[in-house]
Ligand binder design. Sequence first.
Ligand code: EPU
Length: 303
Amino acid sequence: MTERERRTLTQLVSEPPKFDEPMRYHTTLRVGGPADAFVTVHNLAELQRTMRFAYDHQLPFLVLGEGSNLIVRDGGVRGIVVRLGGELCQIRFDTHEVEVGGGTYLPHLLVKAAQRGLSGLECCTGVPGTVGGALISNAGTAEEFIGNRVRRVQLLTEDGSLRIAERDELQFNYRFSNLRSLGAVVVNVTFDLEPDDPKAVMERIHRRWRYRWETQPVNQPCAGCIFKNPPGDRAGRLIDAAGLKGLRVGDAQVSPIHANFIVNLGNATAKDVLTLAELMRQAVLEKFKVALEYEVQIVGEDA
Ligand code: EPU
């Protein structure tokens, strides 16, 4: 980005953009080089202005959620990285429907829904992402997904115009949605939930939380599961059976708790993480003839 582009961008938004911002501050794995510009937009108008600016200047544009399912390479990200804040994180209940901004922190929505006695999102317990991010990758467990509860999605297309996608246009499968082909940013989502006893909903959330605490490295920097489960099997089981738990490249380690997680022991680089991930993929391919597919998103340039 040129100096002039940086100055113009600064005038489009209320919160001053951060330039050359290390992405390791914004990913749960704590790796990643600098973004040319990192912008938090507080309302739809700011988001649209920023998108149109990127579109007109042909600058790459990346929407960041919580960075919890993301590996940013060490050379960082060119163009503009946008986070949705303020009005784009609002939650509005209307009987059993809830309309939620794309930037909303998913655990926050889960608790609010449970308090209202609304069930349907428990499968996302422990997913530390935004609603928009969770929807794009159809987060959940191996069997149940957030997409099952979606009624409609409001999206912005690449040039900054709004469109609504109703349920019948939306496709959700295991860790897949067609949202990226419908638009560039999830502005808000309407979920259809079911009335239930608040205590019962909260108890299901607690049970799932306990399972995650017992089986996943939840208190270490990581990006969730690295690979999708292959049909009929579990990536974690295969990597474990290949004997890779605890394997390290630099400060990146195959979690000794769950083999489909890579944890950052302190100073891992994206290169360490991606080298380790390729070793995992290679080992599973050689031993079990199964080609694992990445579940995490990988973006940016090498250093
Ligand atoms: N297993 C092993 N060794 C391991 C890890 C798992 O043998 O190191 C075995 C377990 O014993 C179990 C089976 O694999 O029999 C499945 O393990 P788990 O219940 O942990 O489920 P998963 O398929 O590995 C999926 C999602 C997780 C989600 C859990 C919650 C995928 C790729 N992963 O994990 O999602 O939290 O279910 O039930 O679908 C994510 O998407 O980032 C993620 C963490």
